[in-house]
Design a protein around this ligand. Structure first.
Ligand SMILES: [Zn+2]
Ligand SMILES: [Zn+2]
Ligand SMILES: [Zn+2]
Length: 117
């Protein structure tokens, strides 16, 4: 087993040793504490981003991401959206509702028109 000199007392200690048996100096350097805020940050706040918007791929913290039901070609799915994507998705939903309402009114008018004929 390779030996190294203890950085504190110079005692020859095993490279595998957790601490110097002579002085108790820790052999292995302490695991580097996770450097604060090195990872991706939320696009809206300084919090570390743990999730991503599935609309624009923007990094978001869990506080700034919202789950929304999105309709796809093959069914729908719940997706995580950043506030701006969430808002636009909601606007599209509202537009869809309005569009459906207009179609319903036209259909109703056509049906009543046929019926009164
Ligand atoms: Zn030592
Ligand atoms: Zn955030
Ligand atoms: Zn987004």
């Amino acid at each position: 087993m390779p030996l190294i000199a203890c950085p504190a007392c110079g005692h020859q200690i095993s490279i595998e040793a957790v601490a110097c048996p002579q002085c108790g100096h820790p052999n292995r350097p302490a695991p580097p504490s996770p450097a604060p805020q090195t990872g991706p940050k939320c696009c809206l706040c300084p919090a570390p981003a743990t999730t991503r918007c599935q609309g624009c791929n923007m990094f978001c913290c869990p506080r700034h991401v919202q789950s929304i039901y999105v309709q796809h070609n093959q069914g729908g799915a719940n997706e995580l959206r950043c506030p701006s994507c969430y808002e636009s998705a909601m606007n599209w939903k509202i537009f869809g509702f309005v569009f459906a309402a207009i179609v319903a009114v036209i259909m109703l008018a056509l049906i009543t028109g046929i019926a009164s004929r």
